[in-house]
Design a protein around this ligand. Structure first.
Ligand code: MSP
Length: 523
């Protein structure tokens, strides 16, 4: 089996319903996956849910139910529907409570034990249940409000718990040099650069071994340690393994090798260390390759803090998609926030961009071009005649939009890829304004010129439909159905070939196009 381009999202804690911060991670990973598919690679997106551990257990009990019933309900009612809401095309969805996962986690643990990477010991430390992680003193800040006078987790603003445990440890410290060597030899393993620097200096400062089990005396919502059933597996150790348990680790070597190593693992910066330090070390211990890249994106902020349900600042994704649609959601978050940086969401900014960039920019360009071909050429794509400098400039901008977007996506700079594509949207709008096809249409003597101008415009739209399909699949499918179906399915149009001019054939009928981004009533 040839290797597919494999992209993953973190698996989400099912302690609550998703907010737009979670949707942001999903959309980014989906855009990357669709981009590679549109480029001609076979690509595979894995997402799923992280269902074990104290945090999920406490939430379930707090809601007067057991964790199995709680997670089943939340996955069915909230997490799977999220994928529809934001139009994510995932190839698999893994739940850590599934049998295929449990069996493979136990196999992995056994493999590490047999290879001498696991030992028994005791540990004392400050545990944050929100992060499901032991915290160093430097990770804590002074609490405020009801926690005034206490030290609290910097991410969750809640006090940590003092834990003293006797459990199994993974010899993470043994991998310090190998990790540093890996970062050195693979400069794009952790991206963006700021994330890489943070990880390298963290590892340089020294690694402690990692407690990977919890005694059942405390709680038992987890996967049994296979050789000692009085312990369950630490939730992060269990969760990280989803990336390989879903694709055949321990059961289907052929499938595993057709996907692993993952090409891009998308994670929020809060969970970067787990993915860029612990995870590659676990893989090295099992004799497997680390992923090719871990990309740490920024946070959606509210009032300067990470948006979160627990702080009551979460916005449900469908509040936005119900008004603006999934394409606008995807476009907005991918374009307005540099991928890798933090960003703030505001209804005003979204609404302004929807009107200016989507409705008036791209949508109107498509409607008026299609309408003019219908009106002046009876819906037949016109013949391009002699190209003048203005037409050639459009062709050049189109080719540059493609190569610029490809180069940006190779760096996972999603916002730059869209910005590069948008140069063509602006160029085409400007071209139509200056060429005034409606004036050319008045005289028979300028009919040939009218044909060239409209052919140029509609070819430009073809390029846009292909380049923007990974970001706005629904709008681009509609546009393609109107102008491009004679060339085959949109999904078969390769991005790399998109900039080759002259693919639409004169004389081909186009069909009507409904508004791609209809006016939104003030709410
Ligand atoms: N279950 C762990 C991940 C295990 S992966 C082996 C977890 N889950 S989470 O539900 O808390 O977060 C999942 C993802 O959502 C993370 O990448 C996190 O960064 C992202 N986000 C949660 N809130 C966010 C924002 N406000 N903004 C952007 N991303 C956010 O961590």
């Amino acid at each position: 089996m040839p290797k597919s381009f494999y992209v993953t999202t973190p698996i989400f804690y099912v302690n609550d319903a998703p907010h737009i911060g979670h949707a942001y991670t999903e959309v980014a990973a989906d855009v990357i996956t669709r981009w590679h598919r549109q480029r001609g690679d076979s690509s595979f997106l894995l997402t799923g849910t992280d269902e074990h551990g104290e945090k999920v257990l406490r939430t379930a009990l707090g809601n007067n139910t057991d964790p199995k019933a709680w997670t089943d309900r939340l996955v069915k009612d909230s997490w799977l529907p999220l994928l529809e809401t934001i139009d994510v095309d995932n190839q698999d969805f893994i739940r850590t409570t599934e049998e295929r996962h449990k069996v493979a986690v136990q196999k992995f643990l056994k493999q590490l034990l047999d290879a001498g990477h696991i030992y028994q010991g005791s540990f004392e430390g400050n545990y944050c249940v929100g992060c499901e992680e032991y915290k160093n003193e430097s990770d804590l800040i002074d609490g405020s409000g009801e926690f005034e006078g206490q030290r609290v987790c910097a991410i969750h603003s809640k006090p940590v718990e003092q834990l003293n445990e006797n459990n199994y440890f993974f010899k993470l410290s043994h991998f310090q040099d190998r990790l540093l060597e890996h970062y050195e030899k693979n400069p794009t393993f952790v991206q963006p650069e700021s994330a890489r620097n943070e990880v390298v200096s963290f590892v340089r400062s020294g690694l402690s071994d990692l407690s990977i089990s919890r005694s059942k005396e405390r709680f038992d919502w987890g996967i049994d340690i296979p050789w000692d059933t009085s312990h369950i597996t630490y939730v992060w150790f269990d969760a990280l393994l989803n990336y390989i348990t879903a694709i055949g680790y321990g059961t289907d070597e052929e499938k595993l090798h057709s996907l692993w190593p993952a090409d891009v693992q998308v994670v929020g910066k809060d969970i970067l260390r787990f993915h860029a330090v612990i995870w590659p070390a676990m893989l090295m211990a099992a004799g497997m390759e680390p992923p090719k890249q871990v990309f740490g994106h920024g946070w959606l902020l509210v009032g300067g803090e990470k948006m979160s349900k627990s702080k009551l600042t979460g916005i449900a994704p469908n509040e936005i998609t119900d008004v603006f649609g999934s394409d606008a959601f995807r476009y907005y978050f991918m374009k307005a926030i540099g991928f890798g940086s933090d960003g703030s969401f505001s209804w005003e900014d979204l609404s302004a961009r929807y009107t200016a960039e989507l409705a008036n920019g791209f949508g109107n360009l498509a409607s008026r071009t299609v309408a003019m071909v219908a009106r002046y050429f009876d819906s037949d794509i016109p013949q391009a005649n002699e190209y003048q400098p203005a037409d050639k400039q459009v062709q050049e901008v189109a080719a540059q939009a493609v190569s610029g977007a490809e180069a940006a996506m190779d760096r996972v700079a999603i916002h730059e890829a869209i910005a590069s594509t948008w140069k063509l949207v602006d160029e085409l709008n400007n071209y139509i304004t200056t060429q005034e096809p409606w004036v050319l249409a008045k005289e028979e003597s300028t009919r040939e010129r009218l044909g060239t101008v409209l052919y140029t415009s509609i070819e430009g739209l073809r390029v846009l439909a292909v380049l923007l399909a990974p970001v706005m699949p629904k709008a681009c499918e509609k546009l393609w159905a109107a102008i491009g179906s004679a060339l085959g399915e949109l999904s078969n149009q390769s991005i790399s070939e998109a900039g080759v001019w002259g693919q639409l054939t004169a004389g081909t009928k186009i069909s009507e196009l409904e508004a791609l981004f209809p006016r939104v009533e003030e709410k």
